[in-house]
Design a protein around this ligand. Structure first.
Ligand code: PEP
Ligand code: MG
Length: 537
């Protein structure tokens, strides 16, 4: 038995087998071969297997994310059958007498470059696809397993690090816990773990040798135990039982109001990443959705999600929530949330870089597609839209002009749209300081404390070394929150908190005193925050 400590980012106890997750590294070496025709056969077999995998993925995806989103797997399968692609691989193998891996990698690079240089946006986007299919064939040729596939049995995932795009593609029903060596408590992978309500730790010394062993994750104490003794296992089975019972007790708060002892009511909503999280929202009795991080739809797909695919996802959330409010945040891609098909350049300071609304305002075709899907979906429930990373009034005016024109366009097409509140996230000190002016142009404020803390304290939320300096209760931050709520109220608009700090029950009373009107937290935290509200004076 061995015990390791790390930083807990989601409480709870998990007991199960450990699976080491490694990012795929397909470093390809050029090798001369004696028998080119044997190499050609190896290639054809790997290609056929890749097509089989893609067909299976398509079938699985149709049932989980719908036909439109699944279509990408069909496109990939077709690309692998493309004559030009196959001719290129074969001629490199035969012409240069080299290994199939090298021929596939070179073809992939050449085709990706060719697509990337095309004018047409559709073809440009195929650049990432051709790389993707080539990686798949190379992985099969080198006999590596598909590391996104975590197998049948639920497992504790250990990894050096996990990108949000990797986490979002894992089958959630098979995850017992996450443990990573890197990552900070406010990274999106940590947030994702909290949304799924599974125990998670970062900053833990993991080792590939743990793979396949029995493990315990204690998200209360920040402990990973590998190969536990029978005694320790017994202790943890009891701890897990007590934990489950505590959670069951909280269930008694379902159906109760979020009201303080003196009668002040506040709205308590949940944060989600995709429609798959709705079950947890309903199970925890949230009063609405306070933050739907729509970029997870983009992170979970291999190409820009179409207007129709987005519409279906938003409609599903709105219909499920009925008359309850659903606040969907427009695309917040960039910084730690990267997707190849956006073709974003590497930046020196990604958190201060080209992200969120900055992308939307400079690539209006992406923004308009999302807004069309949102307004179409607005006819099916109680939708509010909010915009991330705002720094100035002029951005808000620009956004409102675009959203108005999208709305009018839909109406002129005879499409029904509902009444939609439009708000902004307060995530930058600039927005907090300008909140008196901003309040004149929007229907609500939602404070994103994760980014507001990062920018106010000048602490990169991704950098685990800075966790010791990251004071989530810093007075500068609390003053800004109060200032935003006051400025909002002066203009008659409401203010909520949708960052992770909203779930910090040691601050619930202070937030209520500041006049915060809404808290939006991960679904698993809803009932404990309700308990805290009900205990406030
Ligand atoms: C925030 O910054 O607090 C927020 C809610 O947005 P995200 O964590 O997705 O950046
Ligand atoms: Mg943010």
């Amino acid at each position: 038995m061995a015990e390791f400590t790390g930083k807990s980012v989601c409480k709870g106890v998990a007991i199960g087998r450990i699976k080491f997750y490694s990012q795929q590294e397909n470093t390809v070496v050029r090798e001369k071969v004696d028998d080119a025709s044997a190499e050609q056969t190896r290639y054809e077999q790997a290609r056929d297997k890749a097509i089989e995998e893609l067909n299976a993925l398509y079938e699985k995806a149709v049932t989980t994310v719908g036909e439109d989103n699944a279509e990408i797997f069909n496109v990939h399968a077709m690309m692998l059958e493309d004559e030009d692609y196959n001719d290129s691989v074969s001629s490199i193998i035969a012409g240069q007498q080299v290994n199939a891996e090298y021929a596939v990698a070179t073809t992939g690079d050449n085709f990706a470059e060719m697509f990337a240089s095309m004018e047409d946006e559709y073809f440009k986007a195929r650049s990432a696809d051709v790389k993707d299919i080539s990686e798949r064939v190379i992985r099969i040729l080198t006999g590596k397993e598909n590391s996104n596939d975590i197998g049948e049995e639920p497992v504790i995932i250990i990894a050096e690090d996990l990108a949000p795009s990797e986490t979002v593609q894992m089958d959630k029903s098979k995850l017992l816990a996450f443990v990573t060596r890197l990552g900070s408590s406010n990274s999106h992978t940590a947030i994702l773990a909290r949304t799924m309500n599974i125990p998670a730790m970062v900053g833990t010394p993991i080792d590939k040798a743990f793979d396949g062993k029995m493990g315990i994750v204690d998200g209360y104490e920040g402990k990973l135990i590998v190969d536990p003794s029978a005694d320790v296992l017994e202790i943890y089975f009891a701890k897990k039982k007590a934990d489950d019972e505590k959670k069951a007790l909280l269930q008694e708060l379902k159906g109760q109001e979020n009201v303080t002892k003196s009668g002040k009511k506040i709205n308590l909503y949940a944060n989600i990443g995709n429609p798959g999280d709705l079950g947890a929202v309903l199970a925890n009795d949230a009063g609405g959705i306070g933050l739907f991080r729509s970029e997870f739809l983009y992170l979970g797909s291999e190409d820009f999600p179409t207007e129709e695919a987005q519409f279906q996802a938003y409609k599903k959330v709105l219909e499920t929530m009925g008359s309850k409010k659903v606040i969907i945040r427009t695309l917040d891609i960039g910084a730690d949330k990267q997707v190849d098909y956006f073709g974003l350049e590497k930046e020196e300071n990604p958190a201060l870089g080209y992200r969120a609304i900055r992308i939307c305002l400079t690539r209006p075709e992406i923004f308009r597609t999302q807004l069309r899907a949102l307004y179409r979906a607005s006819a099916y429930g109680n939708l509010a839209i909010m915009y991330p990373m705002i720094i100035s009034v002029s951005e808000v005016l620009q956004i409102k002009e675009i959203s108005k024109s999208v709305r009018e366009e839909l109406i002129s097409e005879g499409i029904k749209v509902g009444e939609v509140e439009e708000g902004i996230m307060i995530e930058t000190p600039a927005a907090a300081v300008m909140s008196d002016e901003l309040a004149k142009h929007v229907d609500f404020f939602s404070i994103g404390t994760n980014d507001l803390t990062q920018y106010t304290l000048a602490i990169d939320r991704q950098n685990e070394k800075l966790d010791v300096f990251y004071n989530a209760h810093h007075p500068a931050l609390l003053r800004l929150i109060k200032m935003v709520a006051d400025n909002g109220h002066k203009e008659g608009i409401w203010t909520g908190i949708c960052g992770e700090l909203g779930a910090d029950t040691t601050l619930t009373e202070e937030f209520i005193k500041m006049g915060i009107d809404e808290l939006s937290v991960s679904p698993g935290a809803v009932l404990s925050v309700r308990k805290a509200i009900r205990e406030c004076e």
